[in-house]
Write a protein that binds this ligand. Structure first.
Ligand code: NAG
Ligand code: NAG
Length: 566
């Protein structure tokens, strides 16, 4: 009896454990999935409240302000308030609130784009993520999509509120959608916890039902004919991921400005892990109005076949916050068999702010950490350059587990980063490949050439500084196969036959042409002078001087290409 009772008790305990685990599951499930569509059934008392806010707001909108994308201005007190807002939010929020939400824009396309006939039945889900974005800016984005997309090509617009703290973006926005955007296929989800751009986009993507997904930043304006060429290209090539030409909406006047209707750039990257704009290399491509190859994308705006998005590995869900995801996706798409293209006949305006007005979660360097993740997974040995900029991240546990992403890479049988560089981005300068010499460039006095922290894409002196005991990117120079004394995109150039500046490489030798001799001189044939450190203080720029046998004209590179110097 006793024994039996004991067994029963054991079974009971087992049952209890099972029930307990079940309850736990349910709780976890609820916690994970209640980040869902918030109800549209607003109680009446709120409705009246919202109408009381929205009515006067709409009444203050100034008709035709910013019409055709012209620069807009306010007067008197509001102009002053606008200036203050610009300083605080990097955006003239006062002006945005006065401007019609459905303002008309000029057609910015190349006139020849109008000759193309796109006959596509594909439907797009437009996914817009926001965090504390100004309500009028979000609404103008939504209105532009609704007004500029043919009904038959728009499946839905999904808004994902990444847990904004701004009250207007909760009930009031929902109320606007139910009353002003009724039947416009706009859906909204409010995330309970802030997930960051990447995971918030994934939440939106999971709800999408269109053939194609178009991700748009929440501060954009789509223009005439923007969606058709994107959909038509995806219809013909499912693995093409597309970016429109991104025009500038100015943060102060909200003017829609184009860089002319023919010139535009495509995406590149820097070894420090940042997106850059680069010129199209191929002359024939420059004139094309059909899609043009782009090595990377900026990430804010792109169109992708929905199934292809999931098959090619969506996003790296372990990337936190913001940054790096666009390069990760760019490399992955190319290396794993897709294509990335800019579509010249699709144009979308984007507000470019001078600074980020929002805080980012946890104050972590998410851009650096995310880039370290992608460097480990996609860049093979070439990650060495990124980690020269971020040595602290190379073996840092904050980078997290990479198993799943590496598995994805082998599952999809993706090509190497070397293949990507050679075939997709051959103009990308690799500091230690196909060069005469590279590394630190030292004087006999343990001083080194140094970029003096020159910001990327700025011009400044080729400096002299104490040599670092480690390989820092600021002291890493190459003598390229073209005879350039070079760092990434800047080359040493002689000005006024004396000063040496780091300026954009032009590839035509002349003032950017140098010869390194075995005896240690760095000779500049155009001026017939030699690189000199004589009388140069630490932290100042070096010069070229009459060649003579002096220690001040002796230099050594850490690595010299023996093949080239024999
Ligand atoms: C060394 O120079 C040769 C000939 O100029 C070149 O083919 C080779 O790529 C260079 N090697 C390196 C590591 O830069
Ligand atoms: C260094 O070598 C070059 C080329 O051989 C020569 O023209 C030059 O005079 C030499 N300079 C010195 C200081 O020895």
């Amino acid at each position: 009896m006793l024994l039996k009772y004991g067994r029963l008790k054991k079974i009971h305990i087992k049952l209890l454990i099972v029930v307990f685990i079940l309850i736990l599951y349910v709780l976890v499930y609820l916690k994970l999935f209640n980040n869902d569509i918030s109800g549209f059934n607003l109680p009446l008392k709120f409705e009246n409240e919202f109408e009381a806010i929205l009515g006067p707001y709409e009444a203050k909108i100034i008709e035709k302000l910013g019409n055709n994308g012209e620069p807009a201005y306010l007067w008197g007190d509001e102009a002053l308030e606008g200036e203050k807002a610009l300083k605080k939010f990097a955006l003239n929020t006062i002006l945005s609130d006065r401007m019609p939400l459905d303002r008309k824009l000029k057609d910015p396309r190349n006139t020849k784009c109008k000759d193309f006939q796109y006959d596509t039945k594909l439907k797009a889900t437009v996914i817009i993520i926001f965090y504390n974005e100004l309500l009028s800016v979000i609404l103008r984005t939504i209105w532009s999509v609704i007004l500029q997309s043919p009904e038959q090509n728009l499946q839905e617009i999904i808004l994902v509120d990444d847990s904004s703290t701004d009250e207007n973006l909760k009930g009031l926005l929902d109320y606007y959608i139910t009353t002003r955007l009724k039947d416009k296929k706009v859906k909204i989800i409010h995330l309970k916890n802030r997930l960051g751009l990447i995971r918030a986009r994934l939440q939106g993507a999971r709800l999408a039902t269109g053939d194609v997904m178009i991700f748009l930043d929440a501060h954009c304006e789509a223009t005439k004919g923007w969606i058709e060429p994107l959909l038509a290209r995806i219809e013909e090539e499912k693995s093409a991921v597309l970016v429109p030409i991104i025009d500038v909406i100015e943060a102060n006047t909200l003017a829609y400005s184009t860089n002319g209707d023919t010139t535009y750039q495509v995406g590149g990257f820097s070894w420090s892990g940042h997106f850059t704009w680069i010129n199209i290399q191929d002359e024939a491509d420059k004139k094309k109005l059909t899609p043009v190859k782009s090595p990377t994308m900026a990430g804010g705006l792109f169109a992708i076949d929905r199934k292809f998005f999931w098959n090619i590995g969506s996003y790296d869900e372990q990337m936190d916050g913001w940054g790096g995801e666009n390069l990760e996706m760019s490399f992955r798409i190319w290396q794993c068999g897709g294509r990335l293209e800019t579509v010249p006949c699709s144009r979308v305006g984007h507000i470019f702010r001078d600074f980020h007005p929002y805080t980012f979660p946890n104050n972590k360097d998410t851009h650096g950490i995310n880039t370290a993740r992608l460097a480990h997974v996609w860049m093979d040995d070439y990650k060495r350059f990124f980690f020269m900029y971020q040595p602290g991240l190379e073996n840092n546990p904050v980078v997290g587990d990479l198993t799943h992403r590496k598995q994805l890479r082998s599952k999809l049988r993706c090509k190497s980063f070397k293949w990507y560089l050679e075939n997709i981005y051959p103009e990308k300068f690799v500091p230690d490949e196909n060069v005469y010499a590279y590394g630190q460039v030292k004087t006999p006095f343990e001083l080194c050439l140094d970029d003096l922290q020159l910001p990327e894409d700025k011009i400044g002196p080729l400096g002299l500084y104490n040599c670092h005991p480690y390989t820092a990117m600021s002291q890493f120079f190459s003598l390229s196969s073209k005879g350039e004394l070079r760092k990434e995109n800047v080359c040493a150039e002689v000005f006024s036959s004396k000063m040496v500046q780091l300026t954009e490489c032009h590839g035509h030798k002349r003032d950017q042409y140098w010869v390194f001799h075995k005896n240690g001189t760095i000779y500049h044939p155009t001026s017939k002078k030699c690189l000199s450190s004589e009388n140069i203080d630490i932290g100042k720029g070096v010069v070229v001087d009459k060649c003579k046998n002096t220690v001040y004209q002796k230099w050594t590179f850490t690595n010299i290409n023996a093949t080239a110097y024999n």
